[in-house]
Design a protein. Structure first.
Length: 134
């Protein structure tokens, strides 16, 4: 494109446009969140029973990570006082601890951290007593 003095300004304008688009796309790609490891299929996932897995998937799909699950878990050994603190810090609100069996509740958003604890062997979704067959 000639300017008012007859010089062509198209090439510098094209170069500036390409550079600006490159800078904008590089800046936009640097702001993408890092991919988090997938909980489904992880070793922690395999510690959960099918009902709890399905309930967690539903809560994750609905983006209602505040869903509260009543659970029963088996630990590798009776928990120490320190392990009880760790369990609570990870978001599991335990009510009853008898040997290596623990009952309590956990929010969906905290379930991956709780299931990932090394001393947790199995974690299952509890069923209220009134739903069990007599």
């Amino acid at each position: 494109l000639p300017d008012y003095k007859g010089r062509h300004t198209g090439l510098p304008l094209l170069i500036i446009t390409i550079l600006l688009s490159f800078i904008i796309s590089a800046n936009a790609s640097s702001k993408k969140p890092a991919k988090t490891p997938d909980f489904a299929g992880s070793p922690a996932w395999m510690k959960m029973d099918l009902r709890l897995r399905e309930a967690w998937k539903k809560a994750d799909t609905d983006r209602t990570n505040s869903t509260r699950f009543e659970c029963i878990m088996k630990t590798s050994h009776p928990m120490s006082a320190d392990e009880k603190v760790i369990l609570k810090d990870k978001g599991f609100e335990y009510r009853v601890v008898v040997g290596d069996i623990v009952t309590g509740a956990v929010l969906a958003r905290n379930l991956p951290q709780v299931a990932g604890l090394s001393f947790v062997q199995i974690i299952e979704l509890s069923a209220p007593m009134n739903l069990k067959k007599r």
